[in-house]
Write a protein that binds this ligand. Structure first.
Ligand code: ATP
Ligand code: MG
Length: 249
């Protein structure tokens, strides 16, 4: 295997309460790839992401990130390899933006510095630089609860920038944003991934956005990968087959 490989999923099966949710999934992603994960509700997209970040463990098979098993890394090691952006941003609402962004440094710092930083932010330059890239540097000392949805997602991305992982997973990163904000955030995260040579895998409900912003599209249905190809090779027939039998959105 070449040294560009960032994610290697081998024969992964995951069951919940006896029911198979992912079946024999194989997937290999290289450094710098911008991948959209699509498929009907219940296909297993979030489960796959939670397995990649190590929140869940596979019943069979293995997942390697940068050639190491995520389940064998400590939190400091795994934070350097993989970070996650969620639909609901999971920011702490009642603290200033700067503290939320600096949570991205916690694995680097250890407990004491992290604890102190909750009251007196440490290494503020990291937070400033990240917020500047997101275009919201002026919000640094505002309460997180006062940001708009789009600004919150930018703050969550700034926290990821500070964490600086090799692989970024985003589970429906824009589905709670209005179209203008959704497009801005997608443009930001895909361009950032490219300029910083990171790998991005995002689960998406919008086919249109998947085609517009991503290089590779993976279609999942009922726990299996049904297609995996460059965006230009994914035609409407493949998309229709993927969502066949589903209520259209
Ligand atoms: N913790 C859990 N316990 C039991 N079943 C679960 C659990 N998490 C997910 N499932 C089941 O696994 C299947 C896949 O769910 P998953 O959330 O991965 O789908 P998804 O593709 O992300 O769907 P959506 O597009 O709606 O977010 C579903 O049938 C779901 O009910
Ligand atoms: Mg999901």
């Amino acid at each position: 295997m070449d040294n560009k490989n960032v994610l290697d999923i081998k024969k992964v099966t995951k069951k919940f309460n006896g029911g198979t949710v992912l079946e024999n999934v194989n997937l290999s992603v290289d450094r710098g790839e911008i991948v959209a994960l699509i498929g009907p509700s219940g296909a297993g997209k979030s489960t796959l992401m939670n397995l990649i970040v190590g929140i869940l463990k596979p019943d069979e098979g293995e997942i390697l990130i940068d050639k190491k098993r995520i389940t064998e890394m400590n939190s400091k090691q795994s934070a350097k390899k993989v970070g996650m952006l969620r639909q609901q941003f999971d920011l702490v609402e009642n603290i200033n933006v700067v503290h939320n962004v600096l949570i991205g440094r916690f694995n680097e710092w250890g407990f004491f510095k992290s604890f102190i930083s909750l009251f007196y932010p440490q290494d503020i330059e990291y937070a400033k630089a990240a917020l500047r890239k997101m275009g919201i540097e002026d919000k640094i000392y505002e309460s997180t609860s006062e940001l708009s949805g789009g600004q919150k997602q930018r703050a969550a991305i700034a926290r990821l920038l500070v964490q600086n992982p090799l692989l970024v997973l985003a589970d429906e990163p824009v589905s709670s944003l209005d179209p203008a904000n959704a497009e801005n955030v997608l443009r930001l995260i895909t361009e950032l991934a490219k300029t910083e040579n990171k790998t991005l895998i995002a689960s998406m409900h919008s086919i249109e956005y998947s085609r517009q912003f991503f290089d590779r599209i993976i279609g999942m249905k009922a726990g299996k990968i049904v297609f995996d190809d460059k965006v230009e090779n994914v035609d409407n027939g493949m998309i229709n087959a993927l969502y066949e039998g589903e209520i259209n959105e």
